[in-house]
Write a protein that binds this ligand. Sequence first.
Ligand SMILES: [Zn+2]
Length: 105
Amino acid sequence: MEDSKDIITAVIMFCLIAGVLIFTGRKDSNKSIEYEFTFKQLKDYFFKKHYCKDCNSSLKRFSKDEFLGEGWTKHPGTVAYSKNYKRTFYLKCPACSRIYTSDDF
Ligand SMILES: [Zn+2]
């Protein structure tokens, strides 16, 4: 009887801890965004005009955030629980919808 009581206590404790973590994660709208970009890619992306390889229209810039998961930020000196995203930049052709990644610039 003692054992089953311990298990129930453990389950309740786990639910409480998990609940607190989920609550903290939701309450904290802090977004942590990682960028994967070399300086050359950045310069090409923002300062050069790009044209579609298929139809020669000028491309439009857009970015997309990929959700990596929730967790504690790994940056030194800061302690925060946040949603972690990786932001990737793309170029899109408005005419034929072809999408170019930073590797194609
Ligand atoms: Zn095109």
